[in-house]
Design a protein around this ligand. Structure first.
Ligand SMILES: Cc1cc2nc3c(=O)[nH]c(=O)nc-3n(C[C@H](O)[C@H](O)[C@H](O)COP(=O)(O)O)c2cc1C
Length: 221
């Protein structure tokens, strides 16, 4: 999307995407163009997040959208450091293994690309939430996070769910103005996609679904 966008255009974007088709094709989009995303559209996908269920309808979520380049660079520097230290070694092993599944390798390369280009992603959307009785409540945020990913799919924005930043969680939260009572659980890098949405590789539901009980001879672990 180029140039200015009107509120009416934002209101209309994504409204015609069938729900189930949208969610079946909401794969992780990690190659993003650096072009800016209108704030009104960020608001629209976050609003979709607010329609998620939550315990007691407490709606514990807080969204922080970082768009300024120097602030994104600061975040990306820490993300990449965490990624290199904790995840990259497993990737190197996978790359060296000729029997490693190609689809998983592609996925890993996408994650590495994101880590190396995060500063270019025009929006770093953090999803944080209130602790409850002193404990973090990430599970209360994930329905909202998924709604945001689906809304991005609907309006044509690329997005993916990440959690690597949590290695630097306290430092990044302080940078975002979040207190210990509202830690961030996820970082969703958002931007216009370089690639296309499409069906991600998934095992058949028939391998995952059982009626009444798991058969005694069935291995689930
Ligand atoms: C709890 C959780 C944490 C994740 N953390 C990261 C992450 O830190 N970095 C990343 O690139 N992807 C992360 N992902 C995204 C997954 O890697 C992605 O959903 C998976 O590879 C499937 O991608 P696909 O839908 O394109 O097939 C995370 C997903 C979940 C559910």
């Amino acid at each position: 999307m180029k140039g200015e966008v009107t509120q009416q255009e934002i209101d209309e974007m994504g409204e015609a995407v069938p729900l189930l088709e949208g969610l079946r094709t909401a794969r992780a989009i990690r190659r993003l163009r650096p072009d800016p995303v209108p704030h009104g559209l960020i608001r629209k996908v976050c609003e979709a997040g607010t329609f998620a269920p939550s315990g007691g309808n407490r709606q514990p979520w807080i969204f922080v959208a970082v768009t300024e380049p120097d602030r994104r660079a600061w975040i990306a520097e820490r993300y990449l450091k965490a990624f290199r230290e904790y995840i990259a070694p497993a990737f190197e092993q996978a790359e060296a293994n000729p029997d490693f599944p190609a689809a998983t390798l592609r996925n890993m390369r996408g994650a590495l690309h994101l880590a190396e280009h995060l500063h270019e992603a025009p929006v770093h959307l953090f999803v944080a939430g209130w602790t409850r009785r002193g404990a973090e409540q990430s599970q209360a945020l994930f329905p909202a996070i998924q709604n945001i990913l689906l809304a991005c799919r609907a309006v044509g924005l690329g997005a993916s769910l990440t959690t690597v930043h949590r290695t630097f969680g306290a430092e990044i939260d302080a940078y975002l103005g979040l207190s210990e009572k509202t830690p961030s659980s996820a970082l969703i890098p958002i931007g216009w996609p370089e690639g296309r949405y499409g069906r991600p590789p998934r095992e058949s539901v028939d391998q995952k679904l059982f009626f009444e009980r798991i058969p005694a001879d069935q291995k689930t672990a």
